[in-house]
Structure formats: structure tokens, C-alpha cells
Write a protein that binds this ligand. Sequence first.
Ligand code: PLP
Length: 386
Amino acid sequence: MTGILLSGPDVTIAERAAVAEAFDSGWIAPLGPAVDAFETAMAARVGRRSAVALASGTSALHLGLLAWGVGPGDVVPTSTMTFAATANAIVYTGATPYFIDSDPETGQMDPGLLEQALCTLEAEGRSVPAVVPVDLLGRCVDYTRIMQIAHAHGARVLADAAESLGASHAGIPAGKHGDAAIFSFNGNKVMTTSGGGMYLTDDESAAARVRHLATQAREPVAHYEHRDIGFNYRLSNLLAAMGLAQLARLDGMLERRRARREAYAALVEDVPGVEVFQRGGDEEDNCWLTALIVDPSVAGLDAGSLSAVLAGAGVESRPLWKPMHLQPVFAAMPHLTNGTSERMFRIGLTLPSGSALTAEECGRVDDVLRRALAIRHAVAPVVGAV
Ligand SMILES: *Cc1c(COP(=O)(O)O)cnc(C)c1O
């Protein structure tokens, strides 16, 4: 019996053919027509003026901050509940990440806490050129409020939309929010180039700056003149061809993730103490990962024991991101917390959500989960009596 992954790549002969075609066209050396076409198609999809295809979402965050001149001495508020890549990219620039906790209702960066942090930093005379909110698990942050608060304090917004391609907020697609935004095409995201990312903005000079820094900051002269420290961060033409093929299938892939979300929601509907994370108002989410929130005092079981039952049947599950302010490597960094992310980390469990899951695999996951929740019904009274 093979294991069932949280979010494995969803690739078909269409992707294989696209890569082979790019290979046969002779455009192997890094850039080429597929890169241009991928950038154009992605910019059109989310309604941005410029898009720059890069080696990863992490490199897109790094260059997005550098393009705005973020560097040593600056403070950059970001979500504490995120993947380490967000905070790492801030540290690469020499700036200090400032971790903001989640809104208890949505799990996303709490706009009220952001405002409080920005007021404190302003009073201390700190330089805060940018904020990096994270669209957690495929739901957009409240950009209406976050943009207003950040701009009121003179900070630009770089939206970490690595997880939210296909989601929207107030009818506007992820990737279009923020002064600039980034996507990731890592193997576990809603679409993949095996590894890759993109920077998107309506500011053409910032996009040109990112493009320049990503290609070793070579000045446009034959003898390789350099005025800046550059990076080798561009996406290869072969992988961009794969990205185009994935983009053509994106809507179908998103529908299958949504179907998983609906199936899990139906499965736990009548189970006290267990609910789908971010279920309220999730119409605009892309359902990248569906997670359960298990309140042990009501449910009579906890996320860890549920995870153990799933693992015993070869089904992968994982806690939500461990908050950055709890990570040993970021322990010295400033943060403003309200307990929400720590609680989510304790009681949340992400479930297999990928669009490549077969009907047979979905059935297996549902059976195991149903069985695990039934064990819960059997033990709950005993636990209560102890
Ligand atoms: C995946 C991810 C990234 C990093 O993207 P890579 O393409 O893997 O570098 C950044 N931020 C968040 C929130 C992510 O989930």
C-alpha cells in the first residue's frame, strides 16, 4: 500500500509534452520564449501589468524586498503563522522580521495587531518600509484593511501569495493584491514547475529591477559590467514550459481541491469539537490545504492521536505551521502575539488535499478518517469519566 501525501504534484502527459517540446526547440539555456509566455499568461490571469518568473517563491520574496531598497536597519512585519521561507527572505536582505499573530476568526494576520505594531515601531523611530502578509493555506488576508493600515504608516505591502494562487479577496484575485505579490510553484503548491516562483506588480520599474537583480545584475553591455550585487534567480525555459501546461489545467485542479474540502466538511459536520479550519466564508479560498481543528476537551481526542491513526493507515497529515516566534532560529526576533497561532499549532491538522489524489485514494482517506472519528466516539465517555 503506497502512502497518501498531503499535496503531491499533479502532472500528466501534457506537462511532459510541454517540457519535451521546449527541449526540442533548442531553448535549453536558461531564458527563452516559454519564460516570456509564462510571465504574460500569469500576469493576464491575475490582472497585473508585470510578472517575472523566478527560481522559487523564496527568491521572489527576496528580490521583491530588495527592489524596494529594504535592507539592514529596517523592520518588516510579517505573519508568524507561515512557512520559514517568508521570514528567511526578510533576513537575507539584512532587515529584521517582526512577527504578527493571527486573527482568531480567520487564522490570518490580525490587522489590529499589525496596526498596534506599526504604531509602536513608529514611536520608536524605526524604519518600516514594507509589510509581508501571508495568505495562509490558500485564503487571502484581509487586504482591504491591511493595505489601508500599511499605507497609513508609509509601508508598502509585498503579498506572500505562495499558497493562494486561484483564491480571491473581495472579488480580486490573489497575486493582484498588494503593491507587489509573489507565487510559489514548488512541488506541493496548487500548480508546480517542480521548483519555481513569480513576482507580480503593476510597478514596471520595480519589475525591471527584479529582472535585473535576478540575472546577476548584468548591465546591458557586451563586456559584463556590474554596478550591483546580483543573483542567479531566473526560472529556466524548460520549467516555464511546464508552468504553462499547469496553468492551462489550473481551474480543474482547483475544483478537485475544493471537492476535498467539501468532503471533509461533510465528514466532520456532526462531530462535536472537530471542524474544518477557515471554513467560515471560504468561498474565495483556493483550498490549497484543508485542515481540521480538533478541540480535545470537546472531541475526546486530539490532533496528535488522530494523526497517529491516519499514519497507521499510510495517510499523511501534519500540524499547521509552527509559528515563527516559536522557532529557535527566530527566537531573538520581535513579535506581537495573542495566543491564536500557538493554539492553532496545537490543535490543527492538515489533511491530504492534493488534486492528483485518485477517487480510490480519496475513498481510503475518508474511510480512515471516519474510523478515527468513530474511535473517538467510543473513547470519549471513558475519557470524560476519568
Ligand atoms: C511555499 C512557500 C514559500 C516558498 O516558496 P518556494 O517556491 O518553496 O521557495 C513562501 N511562503 C509561503 C507562505 C509558502 O507556503
